[in-house]
Design a protein. Sequence first.
Lengths: 289, 253
Amino acid sequence: MPNSTFTKILGWKRAVVDHMATAGAVLAAVLVIAPLLAIFIYLVARGAGALSWAFLTHAPKPVGEVGGGMGNAIAGSALILGISCLIGVPLGIGSGIYLAEYGRGKLAILVRFIADVLNGVPSIVMGMAVYALVVLQQKHFSALAGGFALGIMMIPTVTRATEEMLLMVPRSIREAALGLGVAEWRTVLSVTLRTALPGVITGIMLAFARVAGETAPLLFTAFGNQFWNWNLNQPTAALPLQIYTYAISPYDEWHQQAWAGALVLIVTIVGTVAVVRLVTNRGVMKGTS
Amino acid sequence: MGMSISVRTLNAWFGRTQALYDISMEIPANHVTAIIGPSGCGKSTFVRCLNRMHETIPAAGVEGSVTIGTLDIYHNGTSPVEVRRRVGMVFQKPNPFPAMSIYDNVAAGLKLNGHYSRRELDEVVEHALQMAALWDEVKDQLKKQSGASLSGGQQQRLCIARALAVQPEVLLMDEPASALDPISTAKIEELIFQLKTQYTIVIVTHNMQQAARVADSTGFFLLGKLIEYDATEKIFTTPVDKRTEDYVTGRFG
């Protein structure tokens, strides 16, 4: 070897740089995970004591009575989030498809701009807007109004995620389908969207996780309820609302229940995202990158 | 059965840049016709005009007429979707649908166009894969593996099977072997030789030996114009035009 000293020094330097870069990346990853882990541990420490089967299945008891739970709020959240997904997912995916596949003119620029603005609208403002648009018209609070507010909040995230994921599908894949004599709308739905689906689902999960914890838009829309309610047109309890009400109450037992509620909320969100991931990953073929 | 193709004064543009000038060409049925020429000469644009894929690019324009069998493909009432069903295409880079199994890749053209029974699809898929000489290599993993998990050469044969499954009358191949190793290339060429009994094949190639091996006739394109079009042997041994001679003897290109 002619340059053996040179290679040796260079090799030594490279090893140091390599280790430093690796350490930096690991450190960054730890710093990202740490706050989440800290929140989770704290929630478990404060809330696990109040967790019980009754907490998950019972409605709240009046002040002064022992026991009661957030069962109605968990059910109410599920109801409201179901409605918001029914509104946010199809509209978000639809407008994302429009932007990615057909959006070249002025309308597309407008839609993109509005989606970005909508993303930045404070959630309390969204609640007030839906209060004026839906609650005042109907003259009562309802799960529908709450789901509507959260659904609108999901739209921009789902739209932009869908658009970006569709644009990442190579043109050659579209051409393959068009070249087979597949109609354009069918190509978009069954080939392009299908190829982009894992990314689109990530976007939907992000939007879902974000609105699942929202309190402000529900204050004047779903309003909250101390009792069980399955009627879409009635005021409905939701976990974040219940946590808020309990957290600002003067009672120690309610405080503990609020912690337990927060724990349930986080576990449910993480659980839902994980389940959706697992189910959609099962449909993915072997050998897809 | 393959169909003959008749091209008359075909012009094509990308925006304001003209890519093809007055191309007229009679391509006989059940013939392999090679299109050769240096990069950027309009070879790909030409074949993409034969199944109306050119117009899928924004700002692309076409003028002139192309008749396949008796179908005037640029007639007002002709739908591009119908044209593409009858004129299959294999692209330069293998492009299987990554989210679909091998089976679904081959069945895609039929499935996405409507209503075929399971048994019909099973038959069509097996037949198409056999024609593309891929059946034996993939028959055990048809529904388990993604089309993208195959090797490059297998992927390209999968794409050929996918194109054959819709039973086209014409098969366009845009440099189908340029991304493949010599063994895969040989397999594709052998395939072309067998397929021409049932299809009219137009193949774009950079590789002059390939044109000489597989094609009955060859057209030489230069700067968007068809310089010379004749029997392959004639083009490679006694070309009429000086520019053709320079190209096939490797003096430029």
